[in-house]
Design a protein around this ligand. Structure first.
Ligand SMILES: [Zn+2]
Length: 135
């Protein structure tokens, strides 16, 4: 599926990687407290696909799922810990992939945001703080 009609990505160590057939269904920021904890981040930008559009390739036993009490699942790499996937009975037939683990650019930019009531107040100033050199 390596083509312009597919997107690719992987976790930090590469043991879990995927190919997703484009186009995406949607791209959205989620500010919910579960995403904040699971990803250790102020928010998670999710990319929605039909589950049949995504092929996940994993080294033996690398892909792990954390199943929540509500029946949702968070897929991550058991070797490096990278959080990558989300599925929920609330979104039947969909697989959500964290935008940050894509290697390729996506034509769709985020177009909405959810759970703004729990937006991380400590991250709102990210675009206005002094910039430190990277070296
Ligand atoms: Zn969330």
């Amino acid at each position: 599926m390596h083509s312009v009609n597919a997107a690719h990505g992987a976790g930090l160590c590469g043991a879990v990687h995927f190919t997703a057939r484009l186009p995406t269904r949607w791209v959205a920021h989620c500010h919910c407290s579960r995403c904040q904890r699971a990803h250790g981040a102020p928010m998670v930008t999710w990319v929605g696909f039909g589950e049949s559009a995504v092929q996940i390739d994993s080294a033996a036993d690398a892909l792990r799922w954390f199943e929540t009490a509500q029946g949702a699942g968070r897929g991550f790499c058991g070797r490096c810990g990278s959080p990558m996937f989300f599925r929920s009975p609330r979104c039947p037939g969909e697989l959500h992939i964290a935008r940050a683990v894509f290697d390729t650019e996506l034509a769709h930019q985020p177009s909405s945001q959810v759970f703004v009531s729990t937006r991380a107040a400590w991250a709102l100033d990210a675009h206005t703080l002094p910039v430190e050199p990277e070296d």
